[in-house]
Design a protein around this ligand. Structure first.
Ligand SMILES: [Zn+2]
Length: 496
């Protein structure tokens, strides 16, 4: 009995010693615990948990009011002391094993309704085979590490013919662990193709637009997550430490690698989850999106991420809004207002994202004039338990519908042709009162000769130019209340 008391005393001593150690976080985290009926505030007040998506040594999710945490025994004791009782889910010396159990469930594998990339591509190709005039599956590039094809599903009436219509993009999984992007993209493709001809809105969008869907940009990373290897994988799988093994902290954050304000975003530290890479566009995946965007000149696009139930739009650049803020901000708010939160009591919110960062939305807006919105789907985890997936998809289909409804204007469609040949040409369309030096000059599409551009009521001065041609200055340009005002411009070659 005496011996037993002594043992208990020793154990207590050792717990105390742990709790008082200068850096308890350096102790191996070996427990996966669940805390029910807890709030984010209550968890944060403990001081133990910062919700940090970028630190691979920490793990916390809080979906609705259930938290999953990987902790040390001392941290668990401290939580209990603060009134947060927990249930032990799993004990293991391997951190990634605990995270796999947390994210994949007892099967330790990704479950339905989530899709692996080959399933997503197969579904796209099935749609293409069934509806060849509406769907074309195209390869837009190859991944950086494994050279796998990255596919886009293009949806439009007479899809194989380049028509002069506005183009929009939907992309997902630039961050591979944010799986909802792939699922929402795939659901959007299914919805638009299968309801064509029966749903009047869908029919008018597929008839009047070219819709390009890239369900998974970060294909190599998506494989890591969907194969059950590591649910945390966010970056691509570039072997940055050169050891020929896929291990943390390998990889480059695709969504910090774009060449617009690259140096202002992410970090140059390779171990970070936001490593921007050695130089702008060092990675194939963002280059594939950029090449696609140059070829298509998107009017509007949505990039799906998780989490936060928030929409980021371009931009807040040192306190300055984007030159087109008067159009972009209301558009982002309309989209946000149409997407219900998981709790269902309110909708997503919209706020300007950083302009000084090498992400896709400042690149698309600053370089090509595309209004790109980041939609952070869901709340509390990078991806969600299987039973939550359909609800998040359904909520975001309303967002897709809002986006496509908005892709009909109002604005101007400037169509430029060569006066002698009558052929469409790429020309610069500049609105000096709006477009500051922070954004590159917008140009018409090289094949169709048209630039579709959202515009406030006006009147505006529009300057159309191309080297080797005379310059045209149009004044008093006012877009209609709805739809596109088509402006035909012919440029004449200057004599030398
Ligand atoms: Zn993301």
């Amino acid at each position: 009995m005496l011996l037993r008391s002594l043992t208990i005393a020793l154990v207590l001593c050792s717990i105390t010693a742990h709790a008082e150690a200068p850096s308890p976080s350096s102790v191996q985290r070996s427990l996966l615990i669940r805390i029910d009926n807890v709030t984010r505030d209550a968890l944060q007040k403990t001081g133990i948990f910062a919700f940090d998506d970028y630190d691979y040594r920490k793990f916390t999710t809080l979906v609705r009011d259930t938290a999953l945490l990987v902790v040390t025994p001392a941290e668990r004791a401290l939580l209990a002391e603060r009134g947060l009782a927990s249930t032990l889910v799993m004990e293991d010396t391997s951190f990634v094993t605990l995270v796999r159990r947390a994210m994949y469930g007892p099967g330790m594998k990704l479950q339905e309704p989530y899709h692996a990339y080959p399933q997503i591509v197969r579904r796209g190709k099935e749609l293409e085979a069934r509806f060849p005039s509406l769907v074309e599956v195209i390869e837009i590039g190859r991944t950086s590490q494994k050279g796998q094809p990255i596919f886009a599903f293009v949806l439009s009436r007479d899809v194989r013919t380049r028509r002069d219509v506005p183009t929009v993009m939907i992309d997902g999984c630039q961050h591979s662990n944010e799986l909802m992007g792939a699922e929402i993209s795939l659901a959007a493709a299914e919805m638009l193709v299968t309801r064509y001809g029966s749903d009047p809105d869908v029919t008018s969008w597929v008839d009047g637009l070219r819709i390009v869907i890239v369900p998974v940009v970060n294909v190599d990373g998506h494989d890591v997550v969907t194969s059950g290897l590591d649910p945390r994988w966010r970056k691509n799988t570039r072997d940055t430490d050169g050891n020929a093994i896929l291990n943390h902290p390998d990889g480059i954050d695709i969504n910090r690698n774009y060449d617009f304000n690259w140096a202002g975003g992410g970090t140059g530290e390779p171990t970070s989850g936001r490593y921007r890479g050695p130089f702008p566009f060092s990675e194939n995946e963002p280059r594939a999106i950029a090449d696609l965007a140059r070829a298509e000149r998107f009017l509007l696009s949505i990039s799906y991420h998780s989490q936060g139930e928030v929409i980021y739009y371009p931009w807040n650049w040192g306190g300055r809004p984007a030159p087109d803020d008067a159009v972009i901000a209301p558009l982002a708010r309309a989209l946000a207002g149409s997407i219900r939160t998981m709790k269902g009591d309110t909708s997503y919110r919209a706020e300007p994202g950083a302009g000084l960062v090498g992400q896709s939305y400042p690149w698309l807006y600053g370089t090509l004039g595309t209004f790109d919105l980041i939609v952070e789907t869901g709340l509390g985890a990078a991806f969600f338990p299987p039973h939550e997936v359909q609800g998040i998809i359904d909520a975001n289909m309303h967002g897709i519908r809002t986006m496509l409804r908005r892709a009909t204007g109002p604005g101007i469609a400037v169509h430029v042709t060569d006066a002698a040949s009558g052929r469409a040409i790429e020309a610069t369309v500049w609105i000096p009162k709006i477009e500051t030096e922070e954004v590159r000059r917008r140009t018409t599409h090289p094949a169709t000769g048209t630039l579709y551009r959202f515009l406030t009521p006006g009147p505006h001065q529009v300057i159309i130019s191309r080297p080797g041609y005379d310059t045209r200055v149009l004044t008093g340009i006012t877009p209609p209340d709805s739809g596109w005002k088509r402006i035909e411009v012919t440029l004449t070659r200057t004599r030398h």
